[in-house]
Write a protein that binds this ligand. Structure first.
Ligand SMILES: *Cc1c(COP(=O)(O)O)cnc(C)c1O
Length: 418
């Protein structure tokens, strides 16, 4: 797929670029079903639909490129829908959770506690207690967590499986969101790690390894390789200070997906090659360690669409507005208000007329009384009428659960796995 073509060949419909979904007589097929039929079976708009086959294919693509020794985890904050987490739990090697709420969903989904890790700043005492009782791996992010875990362990008579989340002295260059390097609330600064490891040893916690997560939404393979390389070197330097051999080395992720014109899908080959070299080194330098990468968006983002129905079609001073029954309150990121610096249009089409050659420039807006409720700003789309279905692609990650559904008291959206 070449999203660049969006810029140069305006007439080329968006669905041709979002080639993960096939068309049948102009209708998008999601989960093998025509969009209008799917909408009828869901029973309402708006909704999110996640395509099982695409989720499976994505994991297979990664498995082909990753060395067998590297474990693949799903960071479920990208999409915590229970049915989807259940599917993913059967496809990947582990689930990364970021709250006790997510932990419950992962355990319900059948993920083995041994393969679950729990990261996040500000884990409450009750959450840490649930994590220890569940026997999942806790990524320690502060000195306070060591003390709290120590008292939980003696209360419950259980060991706490822990890894240390390191705030590295480098960044993931070119990331949509930086989560490591400089001053950060995530993890513990590398300079303080030897002291933290000492405390962990004296507290008698079961040390298992290190966790580094430098950033998110990166489309540059060389930056990801560089960050993984640096994370490995850093862990190697820290390992001699650890109270036990390193058994888990989580190198993070940050793999991005294309959203905007000019962006290309990530080239996995150099990343696989780089990880193979690191795994080779680890066999000698960290012989007890398993390398792990954790991906959220990359695993699920491209498999999902958001579907809303056109409620009104208005013309204001020459500009066409398609007003739909969904918007910012369900899909904050597509509205451009989830961390974006400059608003750009997500890939959008008219899902039941996707091959129409009759195009016009329109803005797609939601029902909220705010100019922020914008799903497409002056985009060239197939000509559409009331009751047609607007589709927002690349909506499988940071959608429903990352949106302020209560804002303006409209109905919540549904999510289906198809
Ligand atoms: C958010 C997060 C992820 C997932 O990031 P994606 O960009 O969705 O892949 C992974 N690990 C940690 C620690 C995170 O906070």
């Amino acid at each position: 797929m070449l999203l660049t073509e969006l810029v140069t060949e305006r007439a080329l419909p968006v669905h041709a670029l979002m080639d993960q979904f096939a068309l049948h007589e102009g209708e998008l097929l999601v989960g093998g079903e025509r969009l209008t039929q799917l909408a009828a079976r869901v029973g309402q708009t708006p909704f999110y639909a996640y395509d099982r086959a695409l989720l499976r294919t994505r994991v297979q693509q990664l498995r082909r490129v990753l060395p067998a020794a590297v474990k693949l985890h799903y960071a479920m904050k990208a999409n915590p829908m229970p049915a989807l987490v259940g599917l993913m739990a059967g496809l990947v090697d582990g689930i990364d959770v970021a709250s006790a709420g997510e932990l419950k969903v992962a355990l319900d989904a059948g993920a083995r506690p041994l393969d679950i890790s729990f990261a996040g700043p500000g884990k409450r005492e009750a959450e840490l207690r649930q994590a220890v009782a569940s026997r999942v791996l806790v990524n320690i992010e502060s000195f306070r967590e060591v003390t709290t875990l120590q008292s939980i362990c003696s209360d419950l008579g259980l060991p706490a499986r822990v890894a240390v989340r390191v705030n590295p002295d480098f960044e993931l260059k070119g990331s949509g969101m930086k989560m490591g390097g400089g001053a950060k609330p995530f993890g513990v600064d590398v300079e303080q790690i030897p002291a933290l490891l000492d405390r962990i040893g004296r507290a008698g916690l079961a040390f298992e390894g290190f966790h580094l997560f430098a950033g998110s939404q990166n489309l540059r393979a060389e930056s990801i390789c560089e960050a993984q390389q640096k994370a490995y070197e850093l862990a190697l330097r820290l390992a001699p200070s650890a109270p036990a051999p390193v058994r888990v080395l989580n190198l993070g992720g940050g793999f991005g997906i294309p959203y905007f014109p000019g962006e290309q899908r990530l080239d996995l080959t150099p990343i696989g090659d780089n990880l193979a070299r690191l795994a080779q080194r680890a066999r000698i330098e960290l012989p007890d360690a398993t390398l792990v990468i954790e991906l959220g968006r990359y695993l699920v983002g491209e498999a999902g669409v958001y579907v809303a129905r056109i409620v009104d079609r208005k013309v204001s001073r020459g500009q066409v507005y398609l007003v739909v029954d969904g918007g910012l309150h369900h899909h904050l990121s597509a509205s451009g208000n989830f961390g974006q610096v400059i608003r750009k249009n997500y890939p959008v089409t008219i899902g039941n007329k996707a091959d129409s050659l009759e195009m016009e420039t329109v803005s797609v807006v939601g029902p909220l009384c705010t100019p922020l409720d914008l799903l497409a700003d002056r985009m060239t789309l197939p000509v559409a009428q009331v009751d047609d279905l607007v589709v927002v692609f690349q909506s499988g990650a940071y959608g429903a659960s990352a949106s302020p559904q209560g804002f303006l008291s409209h109905p919540a959206c549904l999510e289906v796995l198809v």
